[in-house]
Design a protein around this ligand. Structure first.
Ligand code: ZN
Length: 394
């Protein structure tokens, strides 16, 4: 294996990626700005920029402030050079977004479903992708890839090993989407993607240690530790929805009993509402929000109870990880007004004072888009860094 420092080809790729990243995040910049900020010499910057312009990832605009001599040309990232698709697969819905390379949403598509059978949902995912593609503008690279955030455990090959709330086991989702669309596909846990979306574009931009709680039909957790998404040894971290909070609790779909998500999820809320109204029919979160707004006290109290249980799990996570920020995302974030006071009460009465001192409890800023945008970002970053790792083992 060649040492990394001895491989000029690899060094060039890393430098090129650095220059692109700088123009993308800090542009418009002149070539001199890039040289100064990156520490690369001007000749190197010029030749890398020329390649990036040829590849249509960077373009020149107008002219910047002159410091005396000729006004420098400024460089901008060409976010319209290609498009990415991010899919948030929920337990009852699919939210798909088509984004440009900066993560701006160009088109979105929402579908709800009740038949959770894998083949049926797979067909819906494909339909959603086709629909988004029909709205994709022409560009140099076209569709650069597809990302899907799923509510379950995914291995590195993109197989969904277990998604308890969909009743899926060992489904080769990545393989099937790749075979259908012939572009790179990334499958990841929806809470990991949501955490990353909030970190990059949402409520977490200023924070380095974040616990993202995706509270939907189930509960998943995404951990950003020291500024990086933490995935665990095999990519399975964040199954906190299945931490036991009641030793003698009811059975969970995961095979255990007394799991946190049985008490604090949207599903727990809906079941609570069913017994409240003594009905067999499913009451929706939206209906319950409406009733709370109209001051139906039983419903207000039901939200309070869910908030309390959310707080209990969050307390356990905060005492474990000592984060700066907890972000509550996914569907239950819509109930912020009704669950936040209860969460805050539990944190105030349970969490260690040392851990509380620098803790911020926030709700997601991207609302229901955290996962779709986060997974789209994974795809974009993979595309922009493509080739960088290839020569490492020469
Ligand atoms: Zn469980």
């Amino acid at each position: 294996m060649t040492r990394v420092t001895g491989n000029p080809h690899l060094i060039k790729k890393i430098n090129k990626s650095l220059v692109l990243d700088m123009i993308k995040s800090q542009g418009p910049l002149s070539r001199a700005d890039v040289a100064q900020r990156s520490g690369l010499n001007k000749g190197t910057v010029s030749s890398l920029v020329k390649e990036l312009i040829d590849e249509e990832l960077v373009y020149e605009i107008g002219q910047g402030e002159s410091s005396g001599g000729r006004r420098p040309v400024l460089l901008l990232f060409n976010e319209k050079a290609g498009y990415s698709i991010g899919i948030d697969l929920g337990v009852h819905y699919i939210l798909g977004v088509l984004t440009d390379l900066q993560g701006n949403v160009v088109q979105e598509k929402r579908v709800t479903f009740h038949n959770k059978e894998y083949q049926a949902v797979l067909a819906l995912i494909k339909e959603t992708i086709h629909d988004l593609l029909s709205h994709m503008p022409d560009s140099r690279y076209g569709l650069i890839g597809i990302g899907i955030g799923v509510p379950g455990i995914v291995d590195k090959a993109g197989t969904v090993l277990f998604a308890p709330n969909l009743s899926w086991k060992d489904v080769p989702l990545k393989q099937e989407i790749e075979a259908a669309f012939h572009v790179p596909v990334i499958i990841d846990n929806e809470a990991n993607a949501g955490a990353y979306g909030e970190k990059r574009l949402g409520a977490g931009q200023e924070f380095r240690n974040i616990i993202y709680v995706s509270a939907g039909i189930g509960i998943g957790v995404g951990l950003v530790l020291n500024g990086e998404l933490y995935r665990g040894t095999s990519g399975f971290s964040g199954e906190s929805g299945h931490m036991t909070i009641e030793v003698d609790g009811p059975p969970c779909r995961c095979g255990s009993i007394g799991c946190w998500e049985l008490y604090a999820s949207e599903q727990a809320l809906l079941e609570g509402a069913q017994s409240l109204f003594a009905t067999e029919e499913t009451v929706s979160l939206e209906t319950l929000l409406d009733l709370a707004e109209k001051q139906y006290q039983e419903v207000v109290q039901l939200f309070h109870r869910i908030g309390r249980y959310l707080g209990i799990g969050i307390n356990n996570l905060v005492n474990t990880f000592n984060p700066q920020q907890v972000i509550i995302g996914n569907r239950l974030s819509m109930a912020k007004q009704w669950i936040e006071p209860a969460i805050q009460q539990v944190i105030a009465s349970h969490t260690l004072p040392f851990h509380r001192a620098n803790l911020n409890i926030h709700f997601s800023k991207l609302s229901l888009y955290s996962t779709a945008l986060g997974i789209s970002f994974f795809v974009i970053e993979d595309f922009l860094k493509k080739g960088e790792k290839v020569e490492v083992f020469l």
